[in-house]
Design a protein. Structure first.
Length: 115
């Protein structure tokens, strides 16, 4: 599966953005999908995930971010509200078939939150 992340940009603190992760392939609905983010010089952190069992979130974004998917469009979204400067990062979407490492990665989209 190939992933294409989009939707990043510059937003003021308190604002919102919606990221999209579009996938190729007819079986995308079978994949677990996660959003991760990375600040230069730091490790890539888990942000949110969605699978057949439901959704999960990092503590730092819970209540502000919402992950969802539209299987008809082969797309997973990350709605980000009440953005903070510390949310600034490159955001990546990733997919996997079942438990284990995320094997498929998109190219990343930059989110910048100004104070």
């Amino acid at each position: 599966v190939q992933l294409q992340a989009s939707g990043g940009g510059l937003v003021q603190a308190g604002g919102s953005l919606r990221l999209s992760c579009a996938a190729s392939g007819r079986t995308f609905s079978s994949y677990d999908v996660g959003w991760f983010r990375q600040v230069p010089g730091k490790v890539r952190d888990f942000v949110a995930g969605i699978n057949r069992s439901g959704t999960s979130y990092a503590v730092s974004v819970k209540g502000r971010f919402t992950i969802s998917r539209d299987n008809a469009k082969n797309t997973v979204y990350l709605q980000m509200n009440s953005l903070k400067p510390e949310d600034t990062a490159v955001y990546y979407c990733a997919a996997r078939l079942g438990p284990g490492e995320y094997r498929y990665w998109g190219q990343g989209t930059l989110v910048t939150v100004s104070s």
